[in-house]
Design a binder for this molecule. Structure first.
Ligand SMILES: Cc1cc2nc3c(=O)[nH]c(=O)nc-3n(C[C@H](O)[C@H](O)[C@H](O)COP(=O)(O)OP(=O)(O)OC[C@H]3O[C@@H](n4cnc5c(N)ncnc54)[C@H](O)[C@@H]3O)c2cc1C
Length: 457
């Protein structure tokens, strides 16, 4: 019998922490978890889930527009932000309850307060209570990066604030070029907000295939979103309830709010990492090995706080693997390769595997197959938007290295393409697969050559 209060203490009740706590308890461990804010964490409370609900809301404007071509006559639609936010809040509260309930049912002790390390096997809770644990898991996630110069400005906000704005803004400036910036720019535009995205880089979505990123930017511009690349805000000033932003090229933009979506930082402030001697990487993320072990025996870390691949399914997988390995007697390692993912912009971007530049860096010769077409629905709906599919193949082995799509349901397709790529599918496997007709997805199995050949001849 352990002399500790718990076999496992989890700090952070988000995606990774909740999964680890529940699975470890299922393996018979005595588990406690501390959550400083709300169970469910970033994904459920102020990330993936509420964002996707807002994305759904924003896409009705396209449906209303396209309906006429299919014979529907509808009056001028009106959008009510408070209704959306109230309904969203109700659903988030339900999910939060399910998370806490699942933990309690598994026999996990819940502490609804902040916790910090006070030694290698000791945790101090915000109310001063001290507990000991044989193992500690840090799963504190991340927080939006705030520019210290602008942090105090009431109209310069971060993604957390977007879900509780008192009213729909008329004009919004989004600062940033990552997926969170792009998603908010698209969804707010879809809800009727005049939106301008300002990004210091030469193109949106660094790390994604840049042909797809450029195609998305063009589609956003065609929809009426202002995209300003290669510039950054130099100063913010507000007058009454209006904000003006001076960019470093001298131009001035005005809006109700500026959303800073300039990245996220690991949530390690006040965590007492130094008291236990837990090593961090440059940038502040906790250093871990492939088994999520930190530099201190018995202390582990999973999810965004380790800054490996900052996505919910990855945090969940890491938490689950940790619990199976340490408490289930079954060593499991998480494979961080070939993670399918989506950008819930409109149009949507779905991707798995290597982009063109990454593929060329890792393989001497690649072949690229593309399809760019107007989906069937658009022929009557009237949207001029084209869907883009891009398949990247290793010229020597014919193995598919990357599959990228810009268009409706791209995220759904990325999920299934992920299975094919993990199984090592070749272009011939795609070609041999029968089409589902008429669908967008059938284009993946009807891509014909000759391909564009890139790399050493
Ligand atoms: C706007 C937005 C949209 C996103 N969209 C997607 C998406 O579409 N798909 C996707 O896969 N991912 C998305 N993500 C990323 C995803 O939310 C994260 O990767 C995921 O939540 C990470 O899980 P985690 O367990 O590491 O941390 P989190 O979910 O952040 O949970 C950490 C928890 O720890 C708590 N905590 C922090 N410090 C302490 C402490 N000292 N004591 C006690 N509790 C503490 C926090 O309150 C928080 O609840 C999005 C993120 C954002 C911000």
């Amino acid at each position: 019998m352990s002399t500790h209060d718990y076999d496992l203490f989890v700090i952070g009740g988000g995606s990774g922490g909740v999964r680890a706590a529940r699975i470890a308890a299922g393996h018979g461990a005595r588990v406690a978890i501390a959550e400083a804010d709300r169970f469910g964490g970033t994904c459920v409370i102020r990330g993936c889930v509420p964002k996707k609900l807002l994305v759904y809301a924003s896409r009705f404007s396209d449906e209303f527009h396209d309906a006429a071509g299919f014979g529907w006559q509808i009056g001028a639609p009106r959008f009510d932000w408070p209704t959306l936010i109230t309904n969203k809040d109700r659903e988030i509260a339900r999910l939060e309850g399910l998370y806490a309930e699942g933990l309690e049912k598994a026999g996990v002790t819940l502490y609804r307060q902040r916790a910090q390390l006070s030694g290698a096997q000791a945790v101090r809770l915000a109310d001063g209570y001290n507990v000991s644990a044989a193992h500690i898991l840090i799963a504190t996630g991340g927080v939006p990066r705030r520019d210290p110069e602008w942090a105090a400005h009431p109209r310069v906000i971060v993604s957390d604030d977007m879900f509780a704005l008192p009213a729909l803004p008329q004009r919004l400036i989004v600062v940033g070029g990552g997926y969170i910036a792009v998603e908010f720019a698209c969804l707010m535009h879809g809800l009727g907000v005049q939106t301008t995205l300002v990004h210091r880089g030469p193109e949106l979505l660094r790390g994604f295939d840049q042909e797809l990123a450029a195609a998305l930017r063009e589609a956003m511009e065609a929809r009426g979103i202002g995209v300003r690349l290669g510039v950054r805000p130099a100063a913010f000033a507000s007058q009454d309830d209006r904000l003006s932003v001076r960019l470093d090229d001298g131009s001035v933009l005005e809006a109700d709010y500026a959303l800073l979506a300039i990245g996220r930082e690991p949530a390690t402030a006040g965590l007492g990492l130094d008291t236990a001697g837990v090593a961090v990487k440059a940038g502040g993320a906790i250093e871990v090995d492939a088994a999520s072990r930190t530099s201190v025996p018995g202390i582990y870390a999973v999810g965004d706080v380790t800054d490996r691949v900052n996505l919910t399914p990855v945090a969940i997988r890491e938490g689950h693997a940790f619990a199976d390995t340490v408490f289930g007697g079954r060593p499991v390692t998480v494979d961080h390769a070939l993670i399918p993912t989506a950008v819930f912009s409109t149009p949507e971007l779905g991707t798995v595997g290597l982009g063109e530049a990454q593929a060329l860096a890792a393989h001497p010769r690649i072949e690229i197959y593309r399809a760019r077409f107007r989906p069937l629905k658009a022929t009557l709906g009237g949207s001029p938007e084209r869907t883009l599919l891009k398949l990247i193949v290793d010229a020597d082995t014919q193995r598919v290295l990357g599959a990228h799509m810009l268009g409706p349901d791209a995220g759904e397709m990325a999920q299934l393409l992920g299975i094919a790529l993990r199984m090592g599918a070749t272009k011939a496997d795609f070609d041999a697969t029968m089409a589902v007709h008429p669908t967008l997805a059938e284009e993946w199995v009807t891509l014909r050559g000759p391909p564009q050949r890139v790399g050493n001849a």
